[in-house]
Design a protein. Structure first.
Length: 566
């Protein structure tokens, strides 16, 4: 695959740029926008810049604006010798230099109206712009989740089908019906096949799914609700409509001559259709993504949409340089993964070069930056097959990992920052441990804490499932019945009070009585001033912040306690 040269000819037609992690996807898009504008290829209102999520779109918008500002300011001032894009933009005659500066100035003055948006935001804007042809109720409320409506429809259809007189026994249990309805509502683009069910009823599940989709859509229209899938499905329908489609396509092509799409690997088939129909073969369409990073299958993203676009593109290139990792790490990863096909021959791990030739982290034993750890079976019970069971292996792996982390933190491991800052020892916050399951994260975190290493577990779990929630429950239970000695003693052992069992035993009932009196004061604070005042009162009287910040992991616990209070 050819390497993309950001300083070479600007992309035209449909171009796919495959970008591995750390190779500067957002940087490339921002630089291309600056070049398209400064070189007079397009004005800002002729550019459409799209990303997948709100977070990535917000970052992309900020980076594009920063690039335009730095290019504008740099053209008429001292040019940064390390800014290759700016050096190229400034390498023109005096008249063209003034024109380029003026174009960038105009782009910034109209930047707030620029179309840098999510795919769904683009769909909504286009449907509104198309007016009555857009099939969008201007009074509709955009909602992210219609799960409650889907459950309501599932229950109604289930009763309508099997609760009427003479209906006979139901073919599905209510929970099975709800599960099927939820799946049908989440995936409205897949073809429903009338396959033979196990009970011999042809297409029962397909008919249920179709009925659920139709009823949910009917009720959303009646209640003036619209979700993200509605936006893209309705725009796709408009663009393919034999009556309104040609005019809608023509309007999109006239408005946008340059389209740049970030995180394209997370595009689903309908989103690709919305981009393909108006722009492929008619406008410049630049698609940047990495199929190795496709993670949004649960949102309907389909890596085959990426591969279809890749096959349709006139140019396929790769971003060749990693700005995130050093050469030693990349060479080690290449030794393990180079050339591997991930699910499809067209999705391969391609080599990238490092902008950092030296090590970003060094350790005392000069260990290789990529190491595969082998867990020996010696002394560990094995199965009949001769393999270790996962029940035995996971704690052993966690212990090995903990020993490695402790060795780095207590040894001579040194971090060499990329920003030119002085080198320093490796801190716990510099280390990340990636695991597959939340249970494994808790196992590793427990062993690290036991070794004295502060740990923060980041997972998609509710704060109400944390230790802080259990501590809050002890406080609330004691507040509810401050006269019950058992609840008061449990609270005394919680983080809010911080006594140990030995402390409680030595001080006897007097300590519990004092805490009971304090609880009655806190009850009045809660009743009269609310939860926030309660938390502050407890924190001050029990010196909560001072105690917790002196403990390993106390900062996280204090943060979670405040989070629950809020």
């Amino acid at each position: 695959m050819n390497s993309f040269d950001l300083l070479g000819p600007l992309p035209y037609g449909t171009t796919v740029l495959e970008a591995s992690a750390g190779t500067g996807k957002t940087f490339t898009i921002a630089a291309l926008v600056a070049r398209y504008v400064a070189e007079g290829v397009a004005t800002m209102d002729q550019l459409l810049v799209v990303s997948f999520s709100r977070e990535s779109t917000r970052e992309l918008r900020e980076r594009v604006r920063e690039r335009l500002v730095s290019a504008r300011d740099g053209l008429l001032g001292p040019v940064d010798p390390d800014d290759a894009v700016l050096l190229q933009l400034a390498d023109v005659g005096p008249l063209e230099l003034v024109l380029r500066h003026r174009r960038l100035e105009d782009a910034l003055s109209s930047f707030d109206a620029a179309t840098v948006t999510t795919t769904h935001g683009f769909c909504q804007e286009m449907l509104l712009a198309l007016g009555t042809a857009g099939d969008l109720d201007p009074d509709a409320t955009l909602v992210e989740d219609v799960a409650d409506l889907v459950r309501e429809v599932a229950d109604d259809l289930y009763l309508r089908q099997w609760a009427r007189p003479g209906a006979g026994p139901p073919d599905l249990k209510p929970e099975e019906f709800r599960e099927l309805a939820s799946a049908a509502a989440k995936d409205r683009t897949s073809e429903l096949l009338p396959a033979m069910d196990t009970d011999g009823t042809p297409g029962l599940r397909a008919r249920i799914a179709d009925g659920v989709q139709q009823e949910v859509d009917k009720r959303k229209r009646r209640q003036h609700l619209i979700d993200f899938d509605d936006l893209q499905l309705r725009l796709a329908a408009v663009l393919t409509d034999p009556t309104n489609g040609p005019a809608a396509l023509s309007r999109l092509r006239e408005r946008y001559t340059i389209v740049l799409v970030d995180e394209f690997q997370d595009t689903d088939p309908v989103q690709w259709q919305i981009l393909r129909d108006p722009f492929h073969g008619h406008s410049t369409l630049v698609l940047i993504g990495d199929p190795k990073q496709a993670i949004y299958g649960f949102r309907g993203a389909d890596v085959f949409a990426y591969l279809e676009a890749r096959d349709a593109a006139s140019t396929v290139s790769t971003l060749p340089t990693s700005y995130r990792s050093d050469a030693g790490l990349l060479d080690g990863l290449a030794a393990v993964f180079r050339g591997a096909a991930l699910g499809d021959p067209r999705i391969r791990v391609l080599p990238v070069t490092a902008v950092h030739p030296g090590r970003l982290v060094t350790v005392a034993d000069h260990a290789a930056p990529v190491r595969l750890r082998v867990l020996a079976r010696d002394g560990l019970p094995v199965l009949r097959s001769g393999l270790l069971s996962t029940k035995v292996a996971r704690p052993a792996v966690a212990a090995d990992l903990t020993a490695e982390v402790v060795s780095m933190l207590s040894g001579d491991a040194v971090l060499h920052p990329r920003n030119g800052a002085p080198e320093r020892p490796v801190h716990p916050g510099d280390i990340a441990v990636l695991v597959r399951y939340n249970s494994e994260a808790q196992l590793v975190a427990g062993q690290l804490r036991a070794a004295g290493v502060p740990v923060v577990v980041t997972a998609r779990t509710s704060v109400f499932s944390t230790t802080a929630a259990q501590e809050w429950q002890l406080l609330l239970q004691a507040l509810e019945q401050p006269h019950r000695t058992t609840r008061v003693r449990r609270l005394a052992l919680s983080c809010f009070v911080g006594l140990t069992a030995a402390d409680l035993a030595d001080r006897g009932d007097a300590e519990a009585d004092l805490l009971g009196q304090q609880l009655r004061t806190w009850v009045r604070v809660l009743d009269e001033r609310g939860v926030a005042a309660l938390f502050e009162a407890v924190s001050l009287s029990q010196k909560l912040q001072e105690r917790l910040l002196g403990q390993v992991g106390g900062e996280r616990l204090l943060t979670d306690l405040r989070h629950i209070a809020q």
